[in-house]
Design a protein around this ligand. Sequence first.
Ligand code: MN
Ligand code: MN
Length: 468
Amino acid sequence: MPKKNKDEIQELKDKLFSENKHAAQRMSESELQDCNTFCEAYKDFMNTAKTEREINSFVITELEKQGYQPFQAGMQLKAGDKIYLNNRGKAVIMATVGTADIREGVRLCAAHIDSPRLDLKQHPLYENQEMGYFKTHYYGGIKKYQWPTIPLSLHGVIVRKDGSKITVRIGEDENDPVFYITDLLPHLADEQMRRTASQIIRGEELNIIIGSMPLKSDKGNELVKLALMKLLNEKYQITEDDFMSAELEAVPAYKAKDVGFDRSLIGAYGHDDKVCSYPAFRASLDVPAPEHTSVVILTDKEETGSDGNTGLKSAYLKYFLYDLAECFGANGRAVMQKSKCLSADVNAGFDPTFPEVLEKNNCAYLNHGVCVTKFTGARGKSGTSDASAEFVGEVRRILDDGGVIWQTGELGRVDLGGGGTVAAYIANLDIDTIDIGVPVLSMHAPYELVAKTDVWAAYRAFKVFLES
Ligand code: MN
Ligand code: MN
């Protein structure tokens, strides 16, 4: 074989090897500007809506402004009509009717709007040594030691026996108080530091301090608890029993902020999975006249395994698609068989400080675009949703033709752990489904990190997919 010169070698590499450039090297100035504008809106959203209920109501308010109507089985629909379904105030499906026959299937994007947090127990309030506390049961996979000594806010609802409902959101405004979980001082932590990391802070040690002032009196005990209950009664007209029918969630009281001198990154609580659900929601708004009916679903309970009637293991998506099909006299089963789905959830980004958990040729890098993951699962792909090569090929074409910056990667080295998404439950409905999402650093920590160019790439991916 004749010897090749350096230029020829480079030319051959350019032709034959995968390209893997930083997004900034591939984006025009004007696209970078669009990316920044989009991320400003994303940060506002992150500061406005932190929990599944808050996102549900934020999204529905916006959908109604944009002319989306509540979906009803049997309603008359035509191309361009916009509908939504509110699932119990915690999940939402939005759809825009396409010009194509519904029998050609729908384009579906799914993401989740719940994030790891600390839920209050149903008997949360107690006093210990003249301090008032809430007991918690953590929600989702957290490293428990990360949650003490940070400011916490409280979000959720309290439902009284008569059915009336109070919405709680405290700790987010500049003048609000926040809440707090203690940790031991290092001086006295010798024993604690010998516990294994999963036990450094135990579940029953995640007790939230909510006050310390007793009711003025010479006699009686539990006077701090009583004073707190009196405050709560004045503010919310509740008694202790009302906590039994409450859903109160403690989350980090941090604001979303730019990270880095160059402001290229965003730190926030709950990027998982708002960094996919917000772009998917925006894509739905920005594709007003799709060819195939577009369906965006923002679901609840992903972080605890998708069970329950607001999680994607339940039938609510299937029933919606059945009912939608019936509006056109079509068969739901046949519609699902022709449908295609991007299941959007975050992926582990490569962290140069902890390189050993990822395999560098098959993992996602920050600023290298939205990450497409052909399969999930662990230990021999157990529990996987594995998109077919044919469907991956189709998604490749849609993303490349749409000028979307994207990469491919899996969550972690083989046999090191792994994680699932809602993809399997959608694929189980006989819908072609593939995982896609934004790479995150410090996933499930109280403050997570993403790159702005990847947030933008996610939005672009959902938009071109809904347009396909
Ligand atoms: Mn997730
Ligand atoms: Mn998660």
